[in-house]
Design a protein around this ligand. Sequence first.
Ligand code: PLP
Length: 381
Amino acid sequence: MPDATPEHTLLTPGPTPIHPRAMQALTRPMLGHMDPEVFALNREIQADLRVMYGTEESTFTALLAGTGSLGMEAGFANLVEAGDEVLVCANGSFGRRMAEMAARYGARVRLVTAPLGEAINPDDVAAHLDGARMVAVVHGETSTGVLNPVPEIARLVRQSGALLTVDAVTTAGMEPFHMAEWGVDYAYTGAQKCLSAPPGLAPVAISERAFARFAARRAPTPLWYCDFEGLRDYWDDHSYHHTVPVNLHYALHAALRAALDEGLENRQRRVQEVGAAIQTALAPLGFTPYVRRPEDRLPTVLALRLPEGFDDTGVRTALRERHISVTGGLGPTAGLIWRLGLMGETARPAPYLTLMHALEDILGERGLAGRFQDALAPVPA
Ligand code: PLP
């Protein structure tokens, strides 16, 4: 292993490059997890998460000491009991992961699916809602680049009395997310996605309705580590539950502040502008949007169908040799698509300009970088 890792251009759909302010925060001296300064920091994180998720003033927010999958698991572990009917919208790998987790916590899982590359149809949710205690949906399905219609699904779920769990891993902090307005009960993300903080934390938001369901459990959750009450003990009442990764809290705090300072709307605009310029630059080569309906396209994971005869493995290997990481398809879309990340610090012109120059070189194509730059509105580098 060389001492100095060369600068790497990370264009994957997560993790994203660590924000410079988060990187700097990581170097702060260690403090104990029960230190008053850490509790003050945690309070600021909780307040900023309420803004990011668009919650009520009183909504409980916290960080779980694990990745996005722990956020997913904690929701099922605390809010599902054996025999509960849980309706899972599964139109990709992460929806299917939700279904598997719900089943492991004893749920009777009903699936609502959609063809690959298509969004969940709210009518299908409506048709299967009867008797469901919870509905779970991935807002932005990373495996296919599909945005599911959470506001429409939430409206239906609200009328039914079921709880709504939303995976906001590819959306919160970058795309519109309005937990209170939509009526979401449990939302989670991963620090390494739209916030560009290091992996290892899952920011969560838990509604009062979810807490009421939790309080009515017949038995404690089997997942002691993320017991909602235990979280509250530490985050709100400042009593020891487990040792939180304080240095990751510093970094996430800095990254979250940077996101809110920039403004969530400015971040959405940045995603749109860089995404549109990538498509303009690559279209003449034969790259086309994989998701057919424009309204179903997830802006933060640009899924592009590869041109006929394109050497996916060869080109991505050549990019990797130039220290550029691009992610291909998953399972049935392997060799068929690229999934270009536009979350956090990846949604900037500079890393994609690097990609365009490298592709010019590898493919012997002229004009890619120029087309990309011409297509960009003045976006800060
Ligand atoms: N949900 C979605 C939509 C994801 O994209 C991912 C990871 O890519 C996860 C959940 C799981 O997150 P993690 O890999 O941080 O555990």
